[in-house]
Unconditional design. Structure first.
Length: 161
């Protein structure tokens, strides 16, 4: 199996996992987060498939963090409620972080082996998106683990008393 075929399998596995995780996650913002990342991963798979077929590829700049920020803003009231995540939900976010880390490492390897500027640009953009996915999952995991401290530290709120 060559590197691009491995990339196809990785993207397919990610789509399957994130779709399943979205279906099982009770936390509304977490569910929406997984659904949003599925859209990104499907776009990645489409690009990888085109690369495998030798077709012309174009990868526009996409910013997953902006999409997730919109999710958080539209669900702000729900998010402010105390969240009690299940062990399965926490595990799903840990697995998601690991999958994204493996994707980042893999695409970095492909970047070093890229032969054309187009391939280099593609892998750089995939790395950037996967890094944002990792940050999204890590931030959500930390939020679910300790909501109060997440707001205090990550949102830099001032404790009044």
């Amino acid at each position: 199996m060559n590197a691009i075929e491995i990339a196809k399998k990785m993207e397919t596995d990610a789509i399957r996992f994130y779709t399943e995780a979205a279906g099982k996650t009770q936390y509304p913002a977490g569910k929406k987060m997984f659904e949003t990342v599925v859209v990104d991963e499907k776009r990645h798979l489409e690009i990888v498939n085109k690369l495998l077929q030798g077709l012309e590829i174009h990868m526009e700049d996409v910013y997953p963090m902006i999409n997730i920020k919109t999710v958080f803003e539209t669900m702000k009231d729900k998010m402010m409620e105390k969240v009690q995540a299940t062990v399965d939900e926490l595990e799903a976010f840990k697995i998601a972080m690991q999958m994204e880390k493996e994707g980042i490492d893999f695409y970095r390897k492909l970047l070093t082996e890229a032969k054309t500027e187009k391939e280099k640009t593609l892998f750089q953009k995939l790395i950037k998106e996967e890094e944002q996915h990792f940050a999204i999952f890590e931030n959500t995991y930390n939020f679910l683990m300790d909501t109060g401290n997440w707001f205090m530290w990550d949102e830099h709120s001032i404790v009044e008393g």
